[in-house]
Design a protein around this ligand. Structure first.
Ligand SMILES: NC(=O)c1ccc[n+]([C@@H]2O[C@H](COP(=O)([O-])OP(=O)(O)OC[C@H]3O[C@@H](n4cnc5c(N)ncnc54)[C@H](OP(=O)(O)O)[C@@H]3O)[C@@H](O)[C@H]2O)c1
Length: 291
């Protein structure tokens, strides 16, 4: 199939582009410089020329804290962008796959969220992504919305690299222990997206690695796994537990945003691996893994 990908310069794209190619698809990657997704014409033109079967929409304004002070930009990029991608797909008879987030939930209940559970975003990022989900659904019946969580992978800023860089620099590590979720490998998500593209069963899906932890638990696992991988070379700093209130970030985040992935498993017959396994693979694939 032919697949047009927006946001092709981002972290998830770094995993999605090779996964699509490996699955035998012909791919047209469009980074921000080639297509600003807030401009419908910049998607329509390449869509009309390339005639994709799918538009995979990855472009987004992903800085959760900055979204609070740049609301206009958040709603234009995250709200209008998916609608534009979906419209461009509809125009050429293609399906659209748009990425969304666990932050559309309020995280107030300690139970993994299903696709149809009540939403209630706590911040601008979540609200703008929700607007994007709605826009994408509204204009193209052939849509797949993929909600995922706590992504890490090569080719972008992510929590794993941040923790390792701070540990290497000998900086004190203070990490919140009152937000729980499922860390998810961009590579595993990319494979799952390919499986959903093959299925063509439209709708909303929760896709994340299996298992749950807090950001503090994730930080400790990163350091432990990395010490094993590097034969104990990295210093072993203690990771202090703090609360979200102490960290005082501009954006509120859900306390519990674990996604229930049963629907994805039911449709595809597949399950994503446990996040510990995904983390080990990521650490061993990093360029400095054998250093
Ligand atoms: N990262 C996570 O933890 C996470 C969790 C749940 C869901 N998601 C979703 O997964 C998707 C991929 O995220 P990611 O982690 O790969 O994010 P990312 O690394 O920030 O990539 C997003 C890309 O979109 C580009 N972009 C921003 N504004 C654009 C515009 N107006 N037109 C075209 N491109 C634009 C960015 O370019 P610039 O760098 O030049 O701005 C960047 O290359 C997003 O929909 C995100 O909301 C991510």
């Amino acid at each position: 199939m032919k697949v047009l990908v927006t946001g092709a310069g981002g972290m998830l794209a770094h995993a999605v582009l090779p996964a699509l190619a490996a699955a035998g698809h012909e791919v047209l990657p469009l980074a921000r410089a080639q297509a600003d997704v807030t401009r419908l014409a910049q998607l329509l033109e390449p869509a009309r020329a390339f005639r994709p079967d799918w538009i995979v929409h990855l472009a987004a304004f992903t800085n959760v804290d900055l979204c609070e002070s740049e609301q206009e930009r958040a709603f234009i990029v995250n709200g209008l962008g998916p609608r534009n991608a979906s419209l461009a797909a509809a125009e050429v008879g293609a399906a659209v796959m748009a990425l969304s987030t666990d932050y559309v939930f309020d995280g107030a209940t300690q139970a993994p969220r299903r696709e149809h559970d009540p939403i209630g975003p706590l911040g601008v990022y979540g609200r703008s992504k929700l607007a994007g989900e709605r826009g994408a659904r509204e204009v193209n019946v052939r849509h797949v919305i993929v909600r995922t969580s706590w992504l890490f992978g090569a080719g972008g800023r992510n929590f794993v690299d941040t923790i390792l860089a701070r540990a290497r620099a000998g900086e004190p590590l203070r990490v919140v222990d009152d937000q729980h979720g499922s860390p998810t490998s961009a590579n595993d998500l990319a494979d799952a997206m390919c499986a959903l593209i093959e299925r063509r069963e439209f709708g909303t899906y929760h896709v994340a690695n299996t298992g749950t932890t807090s950001w503090h638990g994730f930080a400790e696992a990163i350091l432990a796994e990395h010490r094993v991988a590097e034969g104990g070379v990295l210093p072993s700093p203690a990771v202090a537990r703090i609360s979200s209130e102490e960290l005082a970030r501009p954006a509120r985040r859900p306390a519990y945003s674990v996604l229930n992935t049963d629907w994805y498993q039911h449709v595809t017959g597949r399950t994503l691996p446990d996040w510990h396994d995904a983390l080990k693979r990521y650490l061993s694939s990093r360029p400095d893994a054998a250093a």
